[in-house]
Design a protein around this ligand. Structure first.
Ligand code: EPU
Length: 329
């Protein structure tokens, strides 16, 4: 276990925001996590994974938790499938690289997404037509109040678009320790989405390569340019609202989904003319306006102000209220 007091969070968030934490603890086993929770009982806790989906807005007056539990093992194997249990602190992309080497399919579309295995379940990470929930079998978590482990079935996790029970009813009550995924042995590939449609791939490794190339082309490289990936979620609007807008904007991209019509927030933002717009050190990423980048020593106040400008501009032009995917801490 490693404990740091009054330490900068700069190395621990992909946005590159420099605020201090009162305490930061790295733990390497469930037992160590129990010890940490006992020692800091009653204090605010913040598991941050790779820090790739959050924005620190002020010094963190509590205990930042970093899982350094990074193993993965096969739990069970059938003729067509392998169940892999991965620990929370393993980087999702490192796991996917291993799976692809083992010719196991299911997660390759999520290649190159920054974030940990634990976060894949909290956030139901998704890209290119696949969401983590499609392959998650169960999630093991430690209850903070009782220090007991509990196993959540896929259904109990109540996964939805970038959402799960861990962000809602059970927010702040459990810390995920491992996730079990069901992978197929050389199973079918998902190539139906956008940029992947043109790709000629027959193996998970080829899909992974294609996804990495697309992401590198469109999204800022972690470690080179600060960001938290998509800053906003794609909004779902009622069908009648979509029809009204379509009369004015016949080319508006849209996808029919449960509960209405999903509109790419990137398109909405582009129409407001804010692509590339800079406010202080924060900028709307010119190659993908869904992303806000730390272009030049941005403060969290710059980023918040720019995000608010985007929300207000989209609201004024389209009557659609987009909301951040990024967590403000
Ligand atoms: N678009 C524009 N202008 C642009 C870029 C995109 O109008 O400059 C429009 C286009 O119509 C395009 C559409 O937006 O067809 C969708 O763009 P893209 O396929 O890049 O996906 P996205 O909706 O912008 C979502 C996820 C990404 C994920 C990609 C690929 C959300 C909030 N974002 O982005 O996830 O990688 O699809 O599946 O759902 C993340 O969550 O951090 C993330 C990067």
């Amino acid at each position: 276990m490693k404990i740091l007091e009054h330490t900068s969070l700069l190395p621990y968030n992909t946005f590159g925001i420099d605020v201090p934490a009162q305490v930061l603890v790295e733990y390497a086993s469930v037992d160590e996590l129990r010890q940490v929770l006992t020692r800091y009982a009653g204090q605010p806790l913040l598991p941050i994974g790779q820090g790739s989906n959050l924005l620190f807005t002020r010094p963190y007056d509590g205990v930042v938790l970093l899982s350094r539990m990074c193993r993965a093992k096969a739990l069970k194997e059938t003729e067509t499938e392998v169940y892999i249990q991965a620990e929370s602190g393993l980087k999702l992309d490192d796991l996917i690289a291993q799976l692809v080497d083992m010719q196991l399919t299911g997660l390759e579309n999520l290649s190159y997404i920054p974030g940990t295995v634990g976060a894949s379940a909290v956030q139901n990470v998704g890209a290119y037509g696949v969401e983590a929930k499609d392959v998650i079998v169960e999630v093991e978590a430690l209850e903070i109040a009782t220090l007991r482990t509990r196993v959540f079935s896929n259904k109990e996790c109540r996964f939805a678009y970038r959402d799960s029970i861990f962000k809602n009813e059970l927010k702040g009550q459990y810390i995920i320790t491992s996730v079990t995924y069901r992978l197929q042995k050389n199973g079918p590939l998902s190539l139906g989405y956008g940029g992947l449609k043109q790709v000629q791939a027959t193996t998970a490794a080829q899909v992974r390569e294609a996804v990495i190339a697309i992401r590198r082309d469109k999204l800022p490289e972690v470690g080179q340019l600060g960001s938290a990936g998509s800053f906003f979620k794609n909004p779902v609007i009622p069908t009648d609202h979509y029809q009204q807008l379509a009369a004015t904007y016949p080319d508006m991209p849209h996808y029919e989904v449960e509960g209405g019509v999903k509109i790419p927030a990137a398109w909405l933002i582009e129409q407001t003319g804010l692509k590339g717009h800079q406010l202080g050190g924060a900028q709307i990423y010119p190659k993908q306006p869904l992303v806000i980048v730390n272009a030049n020593h941005a403060t969290s106040q710059d980023i918040i102000a720019l995000a608010q400008l985007v929300v207000d501009s989209v609201q004024t032009k389209f009557g659609i209220r987009i909301s951040p995917e990024v967590n403000y801490i």
